[in-house]
Design a protein around this ligand. Structure first.
Ligand code: MG
Ligand code: ZN
Length: 277
């Protein structure tokens, strides 16, 4: 279980049931503190015109593989760095550094999400003046990362073809915040009979999400170009907004604090939580 949010990242329980495991005032304060630090993070990124993207997905969806493929393609045109979030190990940062790109590994121990103060420490270790684009790879978890503003600008959610195409329906809080959705591992589609890009798209659109969807294989590179074009557009759009003195903020769940107000909490018995996991 997560040390701060009480969430078990790999289970299927809802944001509501997770919230019910927490002392509401304490968690509300935690999120308020987090949001303040996130604003400070975003200010230092904005001073240096560094667009920061948060990558979120279940464990094993291929976030690091997507970053490797993206870095190989964009390395010549954009100056990139990566912040890696994992419970333990420096493995993902080592993979990024092998490409000659600066990577800062955050190990969260028991916490199943990154938060703004962890990212603040990582930002201090990076030379922001020399960057255009910063990827933050959140801890593999489809539940609580959605609620923690890290000071980034855009949310990217990955879904692998080896997962269910109903993931958006099952994890609406996270998928609704997505500014773009990547469907990875499409090279495996011929061997998988229960994942369809059409159904995954329907599942996302049913959440009233207009986020662009990029089906691709980070492994083979097929389908990568539209994703790369979108990234370049985001950098250009961000720079235009900065020139106009405008801010760019990621979507947060509309109720990301309200949901934890005591009157709105639904207390779910522990037995039914573990049964749904
Ligand atoms: Mg990874
Ligand atoms: Zn968590």
């Amino acid at each position: 279980m997560c040390g701060t949010c009480g969430c078990s990242g790999e289970s299927d329980h809802s944001a509501e049931s997770r919230a019910a495991t927490l002392a509401p005032p304490a968690f509300g304060n935690l999120l308020r503190r987090n949001d303040l630090q996130a604003e400070r993070n975003r200010q230092s990124l904005d001073r240096n015109r560094v667009l920061a993207l948060n990558l979120m997905s279940a464990p094993g969806s291929g976030k690091t593989a997507l970053l490797e493929a993206t870095i190989r393609a964009l390395q010549g045109s954009l100056r990139i760095a990566v912040i890696e979030g994992d419970l333990e190990t420096e493995n993902d940062a080592l993979r990024i550094r092998a490409l000659g790109v600066e990577a800062h590994q955050i190990t969260t121990g028991t916490a199943c999400h990154l938060d703004a103060s962890l990212v603040a420490k990582a930002l201090q270790a990076l030379d922001l003046e020399r960057l255009d684009l910063l990827f933050i790879e959140d801890v593999g978890n489809l539940v609580c990362p959605a609620s923690f503003d890290l000071g980034h600008h855009r949310n990217i959610v990955l879904l692998a073809a080896t997962e269910g195409d109903d993931k958006p329906a099952k994890y609406p809080v996270l998928f609704r915040t997505a500014d773009a959705v990547v469907i990875n591992k499409t090279d495996l589609l011929p061997f998988i009979d229960d994942f369809s890009i059409v159904r995954a798209t329907d599942s996302l659109r049913n959440l009233a999400s207009h986020a662009p969807i990029f089906p691709l294989s980070a492994k083979t590179g097929v389908g990568l170009q539209p994703w790369l074009d979108w990234l370049q557009q985001q950098v250009a759009r961000y720079r235009t907004l900065r020139d106009q003195g405008k801010a760019l903020r990621p979507s947060l769940p509309p109720d990301h604090r309200k949901i934890r107000a005591p009157t709105e909490l639904r207390f779910v018995p522990v037995a039914s939580q573990s049964a749904s996991g």
